[in-house]
Design a protein around this ligand. Structure first.
Ligand SMILES: [Zn+2]
Ligand SMILES: [Zn+2]
Length: 153
């Protein structure tokens, strides 16, 4: 079950966090930025609506990158081990994203969509029930709706 409190930590344990809010969507991004950031095949984002972040230990640092659509995204990470923890578009307070690999509980997470499949690594097979987009989805609302359909309240 997706609960309303999401707890997790960075790799070294300097940062322990909990985020309260409502899971809004979970998707996989195959863009080259996410591949580089995750030093792996893809990135994942768990969007939380109306997030309230608590750091139980440690502190986070941030750097800001400019997205392809020209918006600024704050990327927050552990200053000791570098694990990326949270992303949030500047000026966007309704949503933030948790890098879900840092969560304590990941067994119930199933992405509803895969984006930027144009740069997907060739061996990655996308489950047939997941939405797919070659680039950004036409609107994030599509991904929010797919999540709600998969997790009816
Ligand atoms: Zn750390
Ligand atoms: Zn990406």
């Amino acid at each position: 079950m997706i609960t309303n409190t999401f707890t997790g930590q960075c790799q070294c344990g300097h940062v322990h966090y909990s985020v309260q809010g409502e899971a809004a969507t979970l998707f996989v991004c195959h863009c080259t930025e996410c591949q580089r950031q995750s030093v792996s095949a893809f990135g994942m984002a768990l969007w939380i609506k109306h997030p309230s972040v608590q750091l139980h230990t440690g502190a986070v640092q941030e750097w800001v990158r400019v997205t392809p659509s020209g918006r600024q995204m704050a990327c927050r990470f552990c200053p000791v081990c570098g694990t990326r923890l949270f992303h949030q578009l500047l000026g966007q307070t309704e949503f933030m994203s948790i890098k879900p690999g840092t969560l304590s509980e990941t067994s119930t997470l199933q992405p509803v969509a895969h984006v930027w499949t144009a740069s997907k690594q060739g061996w990655v097979e996308i489950p047939p029930q997941a939405l797919q987009y070659e680039g950004n989805p036409p609107a994030m609302g599509v991904l929010l709706e797919a999540w709600q359909q998969a997790h009816p309240r």
